[in-house]
Design a protein around this ligand. Sequence first.
Ligand SMILES: [Zn+2]
Ligand SMILES: [Zn+2]
Length: 142
Amino acid sequence: MVNLHEIESFAKDLIKEHCPTYRFEWSRGTTVHGQCSYTRRVIKLSKPYALVATQDQIFNTITHEIAHAVVGSGHGHDFVWQRKHKELGGNGKRCSTVSVPRAINYVLTCEGKCWTANYQRRPKLEGRICRRCRGKLISTVA
Ligand SMILES: [Zn+2]
Ligand SMILES: [Zn+2]
């Protein structure tokens, strides 16, 4: 288990050094480990990913996104981006291969508690009722 506070301050230090106009944000993605938003100037790191990845993998993901921020959106994963990623200490590769267990953030049930279902995002409840008990659906934060 890694320390999320340490990762966050480490990422913020790297961002300050290499692309100071960007901010750091945690994300909840499980399929996307890191993201670089050029328009919002945000570098995101997936919290569920950070919890299961090794420090090397996390370092590689953070530098991957910082390299995007430094060279700009036009470069994608081309040689300019690869060179920057390696310069930052990354491996210059496009994807990391850590599989992240799907996070359960919301639990949905009905008034009669006939069943439960897990969701990552808040499910839409408007107008939905349970087919079995005709009760309202209820979502709770897991
Ligand atoms: Zn990328
Ligand atoms: Zn029901």
